[in-house]
Design a protein around this ligand. Structure first.
Ligand code: FE
Length: 249
């Protein structure tokens, strides 16, 4: 990234540090969910139920309040049982027609390298879905999308966007960078990567992937814990893993 962001909000973000990390939810809230916000803008009610949100853990859960050893519900990626991948909001920054590529790091893009890999599976969590289309988009390390006005209008060439297909084992791999956070109302959205997935004979899915340990996970009204990737590595480079599970049509 060579361009400095003039906005105070961005400077705030940068000063907060990027070491942290990446993440989406549904329709009515969709528009408020992912736009660039300004202090003073209305903030979505955090108490509002989110489509796809998981129910609160039972009292005997290790996450139960009052347990001195209870981790935060957002500490790390949760163990996932076999279940369809949760939908998450599309937000306002999707652009159709992204180029076919699995390497989203084009000229002028900089940031902490990130390799996201995984598989696309059917609802039994075993059957590989070959030729599933993954349409991926995300913000850059400063929290900017190519179509949010930061780069002028009309937006420039596709930036940090790409379409790729899964292989015979349902596998996919995406080379990108850790996305930056951006304001939603008065608070930052945690880092996240958007994806739309379609596969023959299955319902299309729009969702987002999130990062463990992002301090904004706990306050974001849209995150679903089941969408937190398994992430390892450091600021020299990170890897994220996630298996998508689609529902037969
Ligand atoms: Fe977003």
């Amino acid at each position: 990234m060579t361009r400095e962001n003039p906005e105070l909000s961005r400077r705030h973000f940068l000063s907060a540090g990027l070491g942290g990390l990446i993440v989406l939810a549904p329709a009515a809230a969709a528009f408020a969910g992912c736009r660039r916000g300004l202090p003073g803008d209305p903030v979505p009610a955090e108490s509002a139920p989110r489509p796809g949100a998981r129910p609160a853990p039972p009292a005997q859960s290790p996450y139960a309040a009052g347990s001195p050893s209870s981790p935060s519900p957002y500490d790390g990626a949760p163990a996932r049982a076999c279940a369809a991948t949760a939908a998450n909001i599309e937000g306002p920054y999707y652009r159709p027609g992204a180029p076919s590529r699995s390497d989203l790091v084009s000229a002028g893009i900089s940031g902490i390298p990130l390799l996201i890999s995984g598989r696309v599976l059917s609802l039994d969590c075993r059957s590989a879905l070959e030729n599933a289309m993954l349409d991926v988009w995300q913000a850059d390390s400063n929290g900017r999308y190519d179509n949010d006005g930061s780069f002028g209008a009309p937006p420039p060439a596709y930036r940090l966007r790409g379409k790729l297909v899964s292989d015979a084992q349902g596998g996919f791999s995406i080379r990108t960078i850790i996305p930056g956070r951006y304001l939603n109302g008065a608070s930052y959205r945690p880092a996240h990567v958007h994806v739309k997935i379609s596969a023959p004979g299955h319902r299309p899915l729009t969702t987002q992937l999130y990062f463990p340990d992002d301090p904004y996970n706990a306050s974001d009204p849209f995150i679903d814990r089941s969408l937190i990737m398994d992430v390892s590595g450091n600021n020299a480079g990170k890897t994220g893993h996630y298996d998508f599970v689609l529902i037969p049509a």
